[in-house]
Design a protein. Sequence first.
Lengths: 80, 448
Amino acid sequence: MMSAKKQITFEQAMDELETIVTKLEEGDVPLEEALSIYQKGVKLSKVCHDKLQHAEKQMATIMTDTGEEPLDLNNEDSTS
Amino acid sequence: MSEPTYLTVQAITKYIKRKFDADPHLSNLYIQGEISNFKRHSSGHCYFTLKDDKARILAVMFSANTSKLKFRPENGMMVLITADVSIYEASGQYQLYVKTMQPEGIGALFLAYEQLKERLSKEGLFDVSRKRSLPLYPKTIGVVTSPTGAVIRDILTTIERRYPIAKVKLYPSSVQGDKAAPSIVQAMEKASHDDSLDLLIIGRGGGSIEELWPFNEEQVARAIIAFPIPVISAVGHETDVTIADFAADHRAPTPTAAAEMAVPHIDEVRERLMTKEVRSMRSINELLKIKQNQLRVLAESMVFKKPERLYTQQMERLDRLSLQLKKELFLTVQASREKMSQFDRQLSRLHPKEMITIQENRRKQLDRAIQLRMKEVIKRKSSEFSGRISTLGALSPLKIMNRGYSLVYDENNSLIKDNVKVSKGQEIRVALATKDLLCQVNEVKERE
C-alpha cells in the first residue's frame, strides 16, 4: 500500500478511492476492515481535495535551448 | 595525299558530348513517359528507363534530386520529368539526367501521402492495438508546435479554463517548410527525455497540403509511434487528416479539442470526488446501521436478558449428581458392612470350641480306660509274679543243698559236672549251703 501522503498521484488516489468505495458498496466487508478502509478513503479524498484546491495555477513554460523559461504569448501574435 | 588523322574514341565521345551539352533543345526538357527497370542504388542515385509504346531512353536521377522527391517512383508509373540530355562517356550512351519528377495526373504530394500511409499501415503502425489510453489526470502536458502560432494559445486557454492545475511545457518547433519535419522530430526527441510529461500534443493550424506536409513525413510519423508516452495530434482543420494523425494515439480535429481531450474539467473531477465521498459515506453508514441492528437483536436475546439460564440447569444437575453420589456411597458401604457381619457369623459358627470339648471328653474317656486297663494288667502281672516267686523258691538249689547236696567248681569257678574230666591233685571247691570246702582230688575212681 502506498502511504496516502505525498508520493501518491492524484490519479492513483482517485483509483484507490474508487476501489474503496466499490468495496464498501459490496457490503460484505467485515466491520473493522470497513471502518479502516473508510478512514483510508476519507484520507484519500482529503488528499484529492488538497491536490485540487491547493494546486497553484501552473505557469506554462517554453523549453528553449538554454532551458525552461516562462511562456508569454502576449508579445507576439499568431501567424499560422 | 596526306595521311588521315585518327581520332581517339575518347575525343569523338567528348566532341559529341559537347554538342549535346551546348544544344539548348537538349536541356531543361519537359518529358513525359513511363518508368521501367527502376533501380535505386545505395548511394541514393536512381537508374531507370523512361519509355512510351514506341521508344525508350535511359535515365539517371542523382541523389541530390531524389532526396527532394515526396513519393517513391515505381515501375509502370507515368511521370512528368524535367531533364537534360547528355552522354555517359564510359559507355557512349546518351541518357536523361533527371532533375525533377512528379507523378502524372495526381499530385506528387497526394501520391506520396497515399504511399506512406499504405506502407506504414502495412507495418501495423496504425493498428488500434498500438493506441495508448490517455492519463485521466495529467500533471504536465508537453506541446510540440510553433511558439507563435494559434495552436499553443488555444491549448493554453483551454487548459487554463478546464484544468488550471496542469502544467504546459512547450517544445518549440518550426511547423512549416522543408526544415519543419526535422525540427518537429528534434523537439519530440527533447520532450521524450522529460520524465515529468504525462502526454504530448503535437500540432499546427490549418493550411494547404504543402503547409501541412511536415506532418505527413515518415520521420515525424515514426517519432510519434516511438514516443514513450501517449501523443495527441491536432493538425490543421477537421477535414485535414495527416499521417501524424494516423500515427498518434489520439487525433483531435483542432488544438482546442486536443486540450479538451488531454485534461478533464476540474469541476467534473471535484464532482467525481464528491460522488465517491458520498458513496463511501453512505456505504459505511449503512454498514454501521446494519451492525447496530444486529447488535441490538443480539443484546435483546434471552441469553443476555436472563443470563442465569446459562447456569441454573447446570447447578441443578450438579446437585442431583452429588446427591446421587452420596446415596450410592452410603449404599455401597452398607452392603459391604452387611456382607462382613455375615462372614462374621459364619466364622463364629465354624469356631472349633465344641470340637475341642468333644476331643477333650474323648481324651478323658480314653485316659480313664487306659488307667483301668493298666491297673488290671499290673494286678494280673503282680499275681503272676508272686506265683512265679513261690515257684522259684521251691526250685532254689539252696533248698536242695539244704537237703545235703553240694556243688563242685574247678579253679576257674566252672561247675564240674559228671562228664567233666578231673585229674588227681586238682584243686577243687565244694560249695555247701552255707560254706565252701577247698579240697584236693586224691583219686578218681570210676564207679561201676
